[in-house]
Design a protein around this ligand. Structure first.
Ligand SMILES: Cc1cc2nc3c(=O)[nH]c(=O)nc-3n(C[C@H](O)[C@H](O)[C@H](O)COP(=O)(O)O)c2cc1C
Length: 209
């Protein structure tokens, strides 16, 4: 399982001034090289009010100067955690190119307009799926889920507009720190971390691997 990681490093001199810009560069490379399956898949870790952690994979659907956006059910465990404790960690595990990006920050719900605009881009079946599933709740059987979907499909056949579920929408994670990790030889990896300063600027620090 042990692998020697590639030699090309990450140097302070080549970093963008802003972590979202640097993320954009790496994301483009992850997507281009084809070596990363679903480069927008990220592990979101939350903790409840007592500090109990939970992690799961979600798809990042947008990123901009304000942060990283994903969509989910507002009744799900992650959303309940975030309502109690907005602190969150995101991890992009880009093993195929010996990189990872780790973000810490706080999550806020996206506005309803932004949520609706994204919901409209989803395939009809996924729109119905968002209605059919009370995410993270216990259900009796698969049949119950399929029956809920079938009922919705009868109500909203293909071509019919599906309303945005009120309990479904986005979260935008505003970063407080963003670490860019590049695997290198002999476990002497590069780790450069942007940390937000109170005045809105970013400090970059190098971490020991
Ligand atoms: C590749 C992949 C992508 C996923 N994308 C999403 C997503 O964008 N939104 C979402 O709510 N769940 C997504 N899931 C499912 C979540 O991992 C998780 O099962 C679900 O959100 C419930 O999590 P929770 O009970 O911790 O809230 C994805 C799972 C995988 C494996």
């Amino acid at each position: 399982m042990r692998k020697q990681y590639r030699a090309d490093g990450l140097d302070e001199s080549e970093l963008a001034a802003d972590p979202m810009e640097q993320f954009g560069r790496w994301f483009a490379q992850a997507a281009l090289e084809g070596a990363v399956f679903e480069p927008n898949a990220m592990v979101v870790s939350t903790a409840d009010a007592e500090g109990r952690p939970a992690s799961r994979t979600v798809l990042m659907k947008a990123y901009d100067a304000q942060g990283f956006v994903f969509y989910t059910n507002y009744g799900s465990r992650k959303a309940r955690d975030l309502a109690e404790n907005p602190h969150v960690s995101l991890l992009f595990p880009w093993h195929g190119i010996s990189r990872q990006v780790i973000v810490t920050g706080t999550a806020r719900r996206t506005g309803r307009d932004e949520t609706a605009a994204y919901f409209r881009t989803r395939p009809h079946g996924s729109q119905l799926g968002a209605w059919a599933s009370a995410q993270s709740s216990v259900i009796a059987s698969r049949a119950e889920l399929d029956a809920a979907y079938e009922e919705l499909h009868t109500r909203y056949p293909e071509g019919e507009q599906v309303p945005v579920p009120p309990n479904w929408g986005g979260f935008r994670v505003a970063p407080e720190s963003v670490e860019f990790w590049q695997g290198r030889w002999n476990r002497l990896h590069d780790r450069l971390r942007y940390v937000a300063e109170p005045d809105g600027s970013w400090r970059v620090e190098r971490l020991s691997p």
